[in-house]
Design a binder for this molecule. Structure first.
Ligand code: HEM
Length: 418
């Protein structure tokens, strides 16, 4: 697969000349070394803006920088670590459902379960709300938007024109519903300052260092919608793929269970434990290497540039594809193999941009610690109690939609470990 693509590949997508950058050096050039020459005015981000508004994920320039500075403290590792107990409480609902599946020996759709738990964690940890009340609306909104995004990937021009097909009508309605819910949450929270210890509280009280200004309701709303949508499906995919890979690699599952048992001895995981679970991290990292949720992302060149000796003209698009770079044979021996060991044995220093599921440089994912913490806690709690049982050994391929989801449901059973 990789040889067909090569390190640098140029295609004409509609009117846009688009360069696929399949080498870590090229990725570093765009995300770090010459990042000021690239912005997000690409068809994919312009489309995302219709959905997410002008939040951190989609905005650019001085506005983005100000918002990032305001939001950054809320996502600082120390701040996120304090959410451990809240996350553990949200995982409780998932554990009750797994107990029922184990007792009744019923197979279930892992993707649905992971979506539920990540949505619940996002609701409680970011905004102190029980998304179970609003879950159907939020879930519907997320799904409708996902379908529209998939339309967009296949037919960009038609979808950009928002031809009134059923998905788009549903998406527009879904966006408005979601924005209303979020608006309601913000209004309520402005009257409850000091009562919550979550990300929304930090965003509401944050002040710009120079101007002393706070975020307006609209800015807050766009950030909250961004965190809900950018944050939960990506993490749900990571967890779904981790289930799929572990169920196909029982030896890795044994090793994971041994590490968890040794560190926790049956206790609920605390933040101090999280730093002593290298194999658990390695399993999640290897899942993200093979199936990065954000499998590709794009930039537009502001001025002419040269990458790997090739000319990139002003206005052209470059694509950074973690999916391909993270399977580059020069950087990953046996790239298609699931082998968490790669993330344990670090004797050979790897190129920083051979693995970049969270991007890099100034636009690196703000939620990376949040996602890894919820991933580790969820996986630990599951494997502490259960063994994952695949219902068959069929291979499931990834589908390149809004995120990298399995092409069909990952069905699985669980059996209580004794
Ligand atoms: C496994 C889970 C996740 C993956 C794989 C992921 C991946 C990414 C990637 C690759 C980017 C960079 C995109 C670019 O450079 O164009 C990004 C940006 C972003 N992510 Fe994540 N993400 C995850 C979880 C989260 C979570 C949990 C949140 C929030 C709670 C979040 C919020 C954001 C935001 C706001 C940005 C834009 C940051 C900026 O440009 O300043 N993500 N994410």
């Amino acid at each position: 697969m990789y040889d067909l693509i090569g390190d640098f590949h140029t295609v004409q997508l509609g009117l846009k000349t688009t360069h696929l950058l399949n080498h870590p050096d090229f990725v570093k050039h765009v995300l770090v070394d010459n990042n000021q020459n690239y912005d997000k005015a690409t068809p994919a981000f312009i489309f995302s803006r219709l959905v997410l508004g002008n939040g951190l994920f989609t905005s650019d320039g001085a506005f983005w920088l100000r918002q990032r500075r305001l939001a950054q403290p809320a996502f600082h590792r120390k701040q996120i670590d304090q959410l451990t107990a809240t996350m553990n409480a949200s995982i409780g609902g998932l554990m009750r459902r797994y107990a029922a599946y184990a007792e009744q020996q019923t197979p279930f759709d892992v993707g649905i379960e992971m979506t539920r738990v990540t949505l619940s964690i996002a609701g409680e940890s970011l905004f102190s709300i029980d998304l179970d009340t609003d879950a159907p609306v939020v879930g519907e909104a997320v799904q409708a938007l996902g379908r529209t995004f998939e339309d967009f990937v296949e037919h960009p021009v038609r979808t950009m024109l928002l031809i009134a097909n059923r998905n788009n009508r549903q998406s527009v309605a879904a966006i408005f519903k979601l924005r209303k819910i979020v608006q309601r949450i913000i209004e309520k929270r402005r009257t409850e300052i000091g009562k919550h210890n979550d990300v929304l509280e930090m965003l509401i009280i944050a002040r710009d260092e120079e101007s002393g200004q706070a975020m307006t309701d609209k800015q807050l709303r766009d950030e909250v919608v961004t965190f809900m949508l950018a944050g939960h499906e990506t993490t749900a995919n990571m967890m779904t793929w981790a289930h799929y890979l572990l169920a196909r690699h029982p030896q890795s599952m044994d090793r994971l269970a041994a590490e968890i048992d040794q560190q926790l001895k049956g206790r609920m995981p605390q933040i101090e434990d999280v730093h002593h679970l290298p194999y658990t991290y390695a399993v999640l990292s290897e899942s993200l290497r093979l199936y990065p949720s954000a499998y590709m992302f794009s930039r537009r060149a502001l001025k002419d540039d040269a990458i790997g000796g090739r000319l990139i003209k002003r206005g052209e698009i470059v694509i950074v594809p973690p999916f391909y770079v993270q399977r580059h044979p020069n950087f990953w021996p046996q790239p298609q193999k699931f082998d968490p060991e790669r993330f344990i044995d670090r004797s050979e220093k790897r190129h920083r941009f051979a693995f970049m599921p969270f991007g890099g440089g100034p636009r690196q994912c703000i939620g990376n610690h949040f996602a890894m913490l919820e991933g580790v806690l969820t996986l630990v709690r599951i494997i502490q109690k259960y063994r994952l049982l695949p219902v068959n050994d069929n291979v499931i391929h990834p589908k390149m939609g809004a995120t990298l989801r399995p092409e069909r449901p990952v069905m699985m059973g669980v059996r209580a470990r004794v």
